[in-house]
Design a binder for this molecule. Structure first.
Ligand code: FEO
Length: 411
């Protein structure tokens, strides 16, 4: 397959096949991958997504053989990760008349990554349409699939969905269409979902809502195969794989508090878990029987332990409980530390240290970033003073939702 491969009337593949074993999101892509970019040679020629930054110059040169870059009117950037936006700097340097089309959140990212501060941008919102001269593009925002700025593009006349990472496969395909692959791509499709999309499965619901009324004759993603047969099967796989388990899950929340701020955090956590249909047992360690608390921890799927900080340490009876945890077999449980503080919040870190001394899977910001790329979820959950403000409440809820998703994962 070479740049210029025709998918539909006036729509061409202009991507790059990468046969290397590419390191990607802590995985080695043993089958390589492709970076699929698409040229829509309409009255207002448009490029949808680009290629990995390593191949940007080659991409821009090959595209120049198919169209005069000065004729390109729009460059749609569905997702700013550099394996798709990476060719933008080279392309924008040639396509000087082109307007960059993206979500609002993507603008500063593109400006800063590629020094494109002075270009024209068309910020699109969910449901916006763009006439590109003979074809119409419809944009749907799909935040966190898999990064915050992500959107998908749908060509109304051709009924083609350009979802970038979504519905992709990591294979260095020689034939673009899955039905010409010569093998069933389902396992590769599921493998991609699990590696890239599953950590963000909560947002697959947004995606399903976004595409439910679209007639889709072809899915043209930005890695691997384009799909034009059994489309409902592949869409339903995302719905099925992102669904929640019906098995009852339980969280034990244990805390000590000085002026009720850590208690309020515990209650916000409780409410969030209940909203996700997860059972909660809530314990004020200074007012409860220690044996009951330990029994609750032993029976829970996730354990949250919080303390206020006083004189740079934990308060109340918490240490007595934490000391006993290392002697329990808590394997398979998730754990997280939390607490309100006024100055430095040492107690929260001490709780975290105790949890790290158990065999539970203790959540940390570092682990969240490394495994999901999410930066809006932080562990331990540290709140200065009372959790009154919206941002503080969101921080607590984000952590609870993250753990809920781990507990409720069907796969
Ligand atoms: Fe294929 Fe999120 O990049």
């Amino acid at each position: 397959m070479k740049p210029g491969f025709k998918l539909a009337k006036d729509i061409y593949w202009v991507g790059k096949i990468d046969e290397r074993e590419v390191p990607f999101h802590r995985l080695l892509l043993t089958k390589g991958t492709t970076y699929n970019s698409y040229l829509l040679k309409t009255g207002k020629p448009t490029v949808i997504d680009t290629v990995d930054m390593e191949f940007g110059r080659e991409f821009a040169e090959q595209l120049s053989e198919l169209i005069d870059p000065l004729d390109i009117q729009y460059i749609v950037i569905n997702h700013t990760e550099p394996d798709h936006s990476g060719g933008l700097a080279a392309l924008a340097g040639k396509a000087t008349n082109a307007t960059i089309v993206c979500t609002e959140i993507a603008v500063p990212e593109i400006q800063q990554m590629y020094k494109l501060q002075h270009r024209n941008y068309l910020v699109v919102k969910d449901g916006d349409q763009l006439d590109i001269g003979g074809k119409t593009l419809l944009f749907k925002e799909t935040p966190y699939l898999h990064t915050e700025e992500t959107m998908i593009t749908y060509c109304i006349e051709d009924k083609i969905l350009f979802p970038c990472d979504i519905f992709s496969t990591h294979i260095a395909v020689e034939k673009l269409f899955a039905d010409e692959a010569g093998f069933d791509i389902t396992e590769d499709f599921k493998g991609y979902y699990q590696a890239i999309i599953h950590p963000h499965r909560r947002y697959v619901r947004t995606l399903m809502e976004a595409i439910k009324d679209l007639e889709i004759d072809m899915i043209a993603p930005s890695h691997g195969f384009a799909i034009r047969q059994d489309i409902p099967k592949f869409i339903n796989l995302y719905a099925e794989l992102s669904s929640e388990t019906t098995v009852g899950k339980k969280v034990s929340i244990v805390y000590t508090t000085i002026k009720n701020s850590t208690k309020k955090m515990a209650h916000i956590l409780q409410d969030s878990f209940l909203e996700n249909n997860i059972e909660v047992e809530l314990w004020d360690a200074d007012k409860s029987d220690e044996a009951d608390i330990l029994k609750s921890i032993a029976a829970a799927d996730a354990v949250f332990i919080g303390s206020s900080t006083k004189y740079a340490d934990m308060t109340g009876n918490l240490e007595s409980i934490l000391l006993k945890l290392k002697d329990l077999n808590l394997e398979g449980k998730l754990a997280a530390a939390f607490g309100s503080y006024g100055w430095s919040g040492e107690a929260i870190e001490v709780v975290q240290d105790y949890l790290n001394g158990t065999n539970m899977a203790v959540q940390s910001t570092s682990h969240v970033i490394k495994t999901t790329g999410m930066t809006h979820v932080e562990f331990p959950i540290r709140i200065r003073f009372s959790p009154k403000e919206k941002e503080k409440i969101s921080k607590i809820k984000n952590a609870a939702e993250f753990v809920s998703d781990l507990l409720l994962s069907a796969i």
